[in-house]
Design a protein around this ligand. Structure first.
Ligand SMILES: NC(=O)c1ccc[n+]([C@@H]2O[C@H](COP(=O)([O-])OP(=O)(O)OC[C@H]3O[C@@H](n4cnc5c(N)ncnc54)[C@H](OP(=O)(O)O)[C@@H]3O)[C@@H](O)[C@H]2O)c1
Length: 284
């Protein structure tokens, strides 16, 4: 056992969300282990030790986690093998004696969720529960941060979202929740939190807020399903990936992402930012 090592382990600190969480933990003067694939990319933070690993490398993961009590696990980037990576890492955490896993899941995670990747998040949640470790699931809505990237070169957002709404949320607000949870895990033991922004927007609303921010017109085109698949063909992506892209929009159309919750404010004490505030640089 690495008894002299920090109790808290944080993954993803070379990416956006994990880096924010690690920064908040360091600001709270709490020691942490940063589990990273490339140590040279790890943020330099007071009280942080750096440990090489990857989700799929069970041996390195067990070594990096030995003696850790709490683990912040950022979901791996979308890939066909993501669930397998998650399961391998969860097995390693359990073997290493981790007591509590805080996992970034997705709003409406369920076996029959419209958004195909929310089904993987559900399977990951179930796997963590079956491990016997304590858990907290942060069920993130769609990230506000990516709305601008949905706009095509022609100023059009295309997708079969109809007039459905999504309660999009900023990554900085998710990070603030995650930091609060990992710094006081006992208060959030075996809890699932639906994490949303302050308002629920139609894609038409997103387009008009982006128009105001850019100073140029952005519109939303409500594609039919065949149109959605046809317009994404040019990327040559595998079926699972295209299904994930298209089902982001059909999930909005279904209403599964519409509900606004007060969980960000309840946990952080701060109102989450809106899309307009985020675009104006007020990121928490
Ligand atoms: N709610 C949403 O709208 C939404 C949208 C997109 C993504 N997400 C999810 O949110 C997660 C965090 O978002 P983000 O913006 O922080 O992503 P990001 O900036 O791409 O960071 C991903 C992090 O995961 C690490 N990583 C990737 N593959 C790994 C592996 N096999 N083993 C160990 N670590 C690995 C990366 O390490 P390297 O630096 O070594 O690559 C990086 O630190 C994403 O990974 C994704 O699952 C949610």
């Amino acid at each position: 056992m690495n008894t002299s090592m920090p109790d808290l382990a944080v993954t993803g600190s070379t990416g956006v969300l994990g880096r924010l969480v690690a920064g908040l933990v360091a600001n709270a003067a709490v020691p942490q282990r940063l589990l990273v694939r490339t140590p040279a990319k790890a943020p330099q933070l007071p009280g942080a030790t750096v440990h090489p690993f990857s989700y799929e490398d069970r041996e390195a993961s067990v070594l990096a986690l030995a003696g850790a009590a709490t683990l912040f696990m950022v979901s791996a980037p979308e890939s066909e093998g993501r669930l397998g990576q998650h399961r391998s890492f969860i097995d390693a955490a359990s073997d290493a004696g981790v007591r509590h896993v805080v996992y970034t899941s997705f709003l409406g995670a369920a076996p029959d969720a419209t958004f195909t990747l929310a089904r993987e998040h559900h399977a990951t949640e179930e796997y963590i529960k079956s491990s016997g470790m304590d858990w907290t699931f942060l069920r993130d809505s769609l990230y506000i941060d990516f709305m601008d990237a949905l706009v095509g070169d022609d100023g059009v957002i295309r997708g079969p979202a109809g007039s459905g709404r999504a309660a999009i949320v900023a990554r900085a607000d998710i990070a603030a929740v995650a930091a609060a949870v990992v710094l006081n895990p006992e208060a959030h033991r075996n809890a699932s939190y639906d994490l949303t922004g302050p308002e629920s927007l139609r894609m038409e609303d997103v387009a008009s807020i982006l128009s105001a921010s850019r100073g140029s017109t952005v519109t939303f085109h409500d594609e039919t399903l065949p149109e959605a698949y046809a317009s994404r063909e040019k990327w040559g992506a595998p079926d699972w990936q295209v299904d994930a892209w298209v089902s982001t929009y059909t999930a909005i159309a279904s209403g599964e992402l519409a509900a606004v919750t007060g969980n960000v404010e309840m946990i952080t004490g701060r109102r989450p930012v809106s899309l307009a505030e985020f675009l104006a640089g007020k990121v928490g």
